[in-house]
Design a protein around this ligand. Sequence first.
Ligand code: ZN
Length: 477
Amino acid sequence: MVSHLFFYQLMFLGLLWLCVMLHDAWPNECPGGEQRPSKPLPPPRKRSSAPKPFPGLTRTPPCAACEQVHEHGPRPPGCPPPRMAPTRGRPRHVDTSQHFCPHPDCAYRGWVGLGNISANGHPSGGPWRQLYCTGCRGYFQETHGTPLHGKRVAPEKLVWAVGALAEGLGIRAVARVFEVDPNTVLQWLVEVADHATAFSRYFLHDVRVTQVQLDELFALLSAVQAGAVSEAEALTRLSRSPHWVWAAIDPVTKLLLTIDVGDRTLAMAQSVVHQVVQVLAPGCVPLFLTDGFKEYTTALLTHFGQWVQPPRRQDKGPAPKLRWMPLPGLLYAQVIKTVRRRRLVRVCHRVVFGTLEAVQQVLAACGWQINTAFVERLNLTIRQHVAAIGRRVTTLCKGEEGLRQQLALYHCYYNFCLPHASLRQLLPQPEPTHGSGSAKRWQPRTPAMAAGLTDHVWTLREVLLFRVPPWPQPAGV
Ligand SMILES: [Zn+2]
């Protein structure tokens, strides 16, 4: 009886002792447990804070736009015909230097400033001038090829209605204000958008910039700010909705390089970067700044990369394969914003291509840094855009195509017609005004003027009446 109990207790103690001994003798591998290393462990491997150098790609990422077209925009059919000397007769008073002959069989078709166009007065007292081409002895109207051509509506009414659209009024509102049918306004918008696209393409090329900010903004942003839509609801809508507005802007001149609408995908990032490359001068590699959207890296690498032969590591064996690497001059930094409850709580930046010093050097030229101030300015730019864009989306919601047309109009209006407050220049001499107001001291400037693309603030009427030549004209005409 007693011996049994004693025996069990002894066995229990023995087992306990064995467990304790084994536990001590066993090499301790449990990371969470109490560690008593018998020999000093190697120091924990330090994760280097410096980013690893980009290893390169073995093939270029595909860009649909790059594969589609190899030619850059429309090309002239050949050399321009000889310049025409002014003929005898009355001296020409009307400036026709911006006009070109539209007749398909004329040798002078599409060429500007060759002296072949003369003004011919207003036939039957109409509002528009008739122009005459000495090359083909053909006549055409000064509105040929513009949205004002062949319209019965008073030109002023059309210009004001388009101005209202450009300022963000919806189609229905414009129809009410100007007492026309909404379908008529929509028709105007379609034509004006085509014209504005051609206008922007004609002027926006070979642009030299030092910085480009890329952003994709959600068109519902204004509704989120107003508290009408909860953020979660907005986000679920985001994932389904194609209404992302993509913008590329030069923060120095404020020039809007491109603006487009589409999904938040790699294909769209590729398309937007491709459009930026089309606008930039060949060989111009600016500093790119974006948010943390990862597809930008691929898109930038596609368009600003080159094949590089990596150095051999061993003497023998085949040479290593070519690697697609970013251009040595490419600088790209991301500004990653953390927003909680509609408030910016944290900003961190990450240099993806290039060095932090090089990025800071580019920004220092403008007295800027990558910091919160930069992001806030970025946000401000977004809000300025969305104030015009967002409202139209909520009032219209015509789908992607309708939004694209409004953006094409806005793109042109913003770059050429709207003077930007931060771009104004002090006049060397204050100019007296005609009225009783104080003298004019500031020269208003648009982003297109700051970028050197044009020399004056365009009125919308001028833009709508500008006959866009079918191909780029030689410089100095
Ligand atoms: Zn002609």
